[in-house]
Write a new protein. Structure first.
Length: 129
């Protein structure tokens, strides 16, 4: 379900959060579907259960999941989440473009130097989910 990239500089819990966000927004995890327990997911990924607990807490704070006491976490989905994610991506793109402008790198060169290849690679990786 989730594959971690240990070469990624981001903390593991952030990677887990991002993977679940993607699965929820793409509809792979349907609304009200139960998430794996903290312990089972931690065992599956070979990471500390506290890391999963932190990721689930962040997902709940952001509105992607809800918790039912004694039963676990469940997927919460609405269109607002997708719009929030799109806006975050737009902000990241704007930051990259601003940095490229400061360095006098044309947008075409950005795409030629690997942005398209990176996008295609990530798209293929996401199909594995």
């Amino acid at each position: 379900m989730i594959m971690l990239d240990y070469k990624d500089t981001r903390p593991i819990y952030e990677q887990v959060v991002e993977k679940f966000q993607t699965l929820i927004l793409k509809g792979v995890l349907e609304p009200d579907a139960q998430l794996p327990s903290v312990r089972s997911l931690a065992f599956e990924l070979s990471i500390n259960p506290n890391t999963i607990q932190r990721a689930y807490g962040e997902l709940e704070r952001q509105g992607f999941i809800y918790t039912v006491k004694g039963r676990g976490g469940f997927v919460r989905y609405n269109e607002d989440l997708l719009e929030i994610r799109k806006e975050r991506l737009r902000e990241q793109i704007a930051e990259i473009l601003e940095e490229a402008r400061e360095l006098d790198i044309p947008i075409g060169e950005l795409l030629e130097t690997g942005a398209q290849a990176e996008y295609d690679r990530d798209k293929e990786r996401d199909k594995a989910f």
